[in-house]
Design a protein. Structure first.
Ligand code: HEM
Ligand SMILES: [Cu+2]
Ligand SMILES: [Cu+2]
Lengths: 184, 578
């Protein structure tokens, strides 16, 4: 029994049953497949997290995002007063997370590739793009540059999915994706 | 020195009082017995509190009910995580450690005074951290990610608790040494003790990680340190937080073997393979913190791929091995006991009305199918992009730590009550139902939280209608349905959990004392009328015939492979990103 010492004193010399050996081999090979899968996706897949990262002072990041908004503002989101920044195709887009908003609203063109700069001014936040369902962690003091290509037009939301205090569930943002050349 | 120590040891041995267990024939040390009892009782108390808080959380996330306000919700969620994941599980694990060392090895417990010190520290830590959370200024979730700050008492409570747990581990190691020196057993330690040893070794590593990060964080909350790096914090914190899940797995796998042995007389089909599988947990334990950092900025892809797969899935291999050897041992035992017809007579005629067995087998199935598969998918570097911080994550770990660990610990309680507390289990009919109610409830909440997470719903989130947000958003209607179903199954799990608490507490306080002839509560199940010679000696190649187990693991493997690749298919449909 499993509550008694092994029957054979030299238990490590006992032969192992065939079926058990086969299962160990299958499970091991499956592990190798799953391991290779991740590497293969880095080479061939199109959804990999960027590793382009910079240390940045939150104040510096804030002034950069403000300058970006200054330059690219094309309007305001409804009656909220939140600026909409239209990013030139292929250009750099900035979004900051702070208690409790994602700022500003971005306007992108479908099928174009952008460099999206993310960082937080205070605590950690979660950049959760919905309903696409892409989720990226955002830290203060770290600027993360992602290369993204929207594949569909529409209004997309950014939900904060890292708990960031009592206003966490109010922290949202927006990305508008328009057909090429149809920007508003 | 040496002789003095030996002399003292001898005196202590004389002082220790033993009784002989009428069921197992094991010698039970009175000090060990008392310490197992107090730790188990503390565990059940924190489960009762924490489980109730879990229900409040689930009823709030059920948008139609939306029970608590936001402040209360985040406070209660913090308290839920701490009370169940830390306090219930670890108090119970300390009881398992003392049982697997002193009782199973026929030994006295080394240094019972230190075990009491450990207990007092753990209780004071538990009370301190709960007090801090109740004050309302420490609703930071049990992960307490910096730069969000809790009150110093919060960190202090966690540190006290961890120090206590560390001392308990050393009492366990000490007991192994005592048992070896006093030759209380022959040959190698039994498999169950080996599993417990695995858990304790991992515990020492994880508690060290915890100390490395929580002590500076405490100083930071007191103002002595200016800055704690938020990525580094997570890396080290999860060196404790995730690796300690390996403690839970080792402990509950040991409990599976234990229940199989006591109820059915099951032996490991191969000592070598089962021990190797435990050993894999130890080898790859420290790198699991990568699971929580897959979408974090500032870590290289190579680091993520290597670490998240535990160096090519070798720890997963350990679990997959147990997933075959545990049902295999049970099938072999059942066949030996005469249930040899067809592929599945051994399973059909298993003692399903014995709550220890029923709980153990449900725990095995739910842990493997729901917890294991979802965990590997969640831990694949790129797939994590679709799941990080969604409800998929709590869905996954309620399958591992609630349907798996908690249910296994509940199951073994039905053996601990008659064997250690020496009380008959009260309300035996309710006890028969308890594992099913809790198992189905826990399986349900796991599944529906995973479902909501697949639809993108955030974890730790008070209001998925975003009614107060400047920019609104609507999750799909199915997400609301998932959370409603989650609420219903949470009620079921709570009923099952409450039954467990009531049965345990009532049996400890008012249960009939077990007489000298042994308990009336069924422990080992009856064999078939005719015992066959189907399975000879275990562990000898060629004698094993386990067709049922092979069918089960084939079904498991096919489900695993399909679900794994379906998720890559979903991933390929996301916006391209690099
Ligand atoms: C009646 C039984 C239980 C129910 C109904 C329940 C329900 C829940 C729900 C709904 C959440 C919240 C998910 C979210 O909004 O993020 C949650 C979180 C959690 N639960 Fe449970 N749970 C139960 C038992 C347990 C047990 C026994 C454990 C541990 C052994 C556990 C560990 C956790 C942890 C660690 C969290 C995460 C807290 C956090 O995000 O900080 N739960 N539970
Ligand atoms: Cu946030
Ligand atoms: Cu948040």
């Amino acid at each position: 029994m499993a509550v008694q010492p092994p029957e054979a004193r030299l238990w490590w010399n006992e032969p192992v049953a065939r079926g058990e050996l086969v299962w160990v081999a299958v499970a091991f090979l499956w592990g190798v497949v799953m391991f290779v899968m991740m590497i293969w996706w880095h080479l061939e897949g199109r959804q990999n997290l960027s590793t382009e990262v910079y240390r940045i002072d939150p104040e510096v990041f804030r002034s950069r995002v403000e300058a970006f908004v200054e330059q690219h503002k094309v309007g305001e989101e409804g009656t909220t007063g939140i600026p909409i920044a239209r990013v030139p195709p292929g250009g750099d887009a900035y979004m900051l997370g702070r208690l409790w908003e994602w700022w500003p609203v971005l306007e992108l063109e479908k099928g174009k590739t952008y460099r999206l700069h993310l960082s937080s001014l205070d605590w950690q936040h979660g950049f959760s793009l919905q309903p696409v369902n892409m989720n990226i962690q955002v830290h203060p003091g770290i600027e993360h540059v992602l290369t993204i290509t929207p594949t569909e037009a529409g209004v997309f939301s950014v939900v904060c999915n890292e708990f960031c205090g009592v206003g966490h569930h109010q922290m949202t943002g927006r990305i508008r994706v328009v057909e090429p050349g149809k920007g508003g | 020195m040496a002789t003095a120590a030996a002399g003292l040891g001898g005196l202590e041995a004389l002082a220790a009082r033993f009784r002989t267990c009428p069921v197992t024939g094991l010698k039970v040390d009175a000090a060990a017995e008392t310490l197992i009892k107090v730790n188990a009782v503390a565990a059940v108390v924190f489960l009762a509190i924490g489980g109730l808080l879990g229900l409040l959380v689930a009823l709030t996330r059920w948008q139609g009910v939306h029970l608590l306000g936001p402040d209360a919700f985040y406070l209660v969620l913090t308290a839920h995580g701490i009370n169940v994941l830390l306090l219930w599980i670890i108090f119970f694990e300390v009881a398992v450690l003392y049982f697997a060392s002193a009782v199973i090895l026929n030994s006295r417990l080394a240094a019972p005074q230190m075990a009491w010190v450990a207990f007092v520290l753990m209780v004071s830590g538990a009370l301190t951290v709960n007090w801090a959370v109740l004050q309302g200024d420490s609703s930071v979730m049990f992960t307490s990610y910096v730069p969000m700050q809790a009150s110093p008492l919060f960190y202090l409570g966690l540190i006290l608790f961890a120090v206590g747990a560390l001392i308990a581990c050393f009492v366990f190691f000490g007991t192994l040494v005592v048992a070896k020196e006093e030759k209380t057993y022959e040959g190698s330690i039994p498999l169950v003790t080996f599993g417990a040893l695995t858990a304790a070794i991992i515990a020492v590593f994880t508690i060290a990680s915890g100390a490395i990060i929580l002590i500076p964080t405490l100083l930071w909350s007191l103002g002595y340190i200016r800055h704690i790096d938020s990525v580094l914090y997570k890396l080290v914190w999860w060196g404790m937080g995730h690796s300690s899940q390996q403690i839970n797995v080792s402990a509950h796998v040991a409990v599976w073997y234990l229940i199989g042995a006591l109820v059915l007389g099951a032996k490991p089909i191969s000592e070598k393979v089962s021990r190797l599988a435990f050993f894999f947990y130890i080898l790859f334990l420290q790198i699991a913190s990568a699971h929580h950092m897959l979408v974090e900025p500032g870590l290289s892809a190579e680091w993520k791929v290597f670490n998240t797969s535990y160096a090519m899935y070798l720890a997963v291999l350990g679990s997959m091995i147990h997933g075959m050897t545990v049902p295999g041992a049970i099938e072999a035992a059942q066949r030996k006991r005469g249930f040899t017809n067809g592929i599945f007579e051994w399973l059909r005629k298993a003692p399903w009305d014995n709550p220890a067995f029923a709980g153990m087998f449900l725990s095995l199935v739910l842990f493997g199918f729901l917890g294991g598969i979802s965990g590997v998918v969640l831990g694949a570097e790129q797939l994590n992009i679709m799941m990080h911080n969604t409800l998929y994550v709590p869905g996954h770990f309620h399958a591992t730590v609630v349907a798996g660990t908690t249910l296994a610990f509940m199951a073994v309680t039905y053996l601990v009550l008659p064997l250690i507390f020496r009380r008959e289990v009260m309300f035996p009919t309710l006890a028969k139902w308890q594992p099913y109610l809790f198992g189905i409830g826990a399986g349900g909440i796991s599944l529906f939280m995973m479902g909501a997470g697949t639809l993108g719903v955030s974890r730790r989130h008070w209001d998925i209608t975003f009614s107060d947000a400047a920019l609104g958003f609507d999750y799909p209607g199915a997400a609301f349905l998932m959370l409603g179903l989650n609420g219903l199954f949470a009620i079921l799990a709570t009923v099952g959990g409450a039954l467990y608490v009531v049965i345990t507490v009532a049996s400890v306080l008012f249960g009939e004392r077990v007489g000298p002839e042994g308990p009336k509560t069924p422990i080992s199940a009856a064999p078939a009328a005719v015992t066959a010679e189907a399975v000879g000696k275990y562990g000898s190649a060629g004698t094993l015939h386990l067709p049922g187990t092979y069918v089960l693991i084939t079904v498991f493997f096919v489900a695993f492979v399909l679900y794994y690749f379906v998720n890559w298919k979903y991933l390929s449909e996301l916006w391209p990103m690099g």
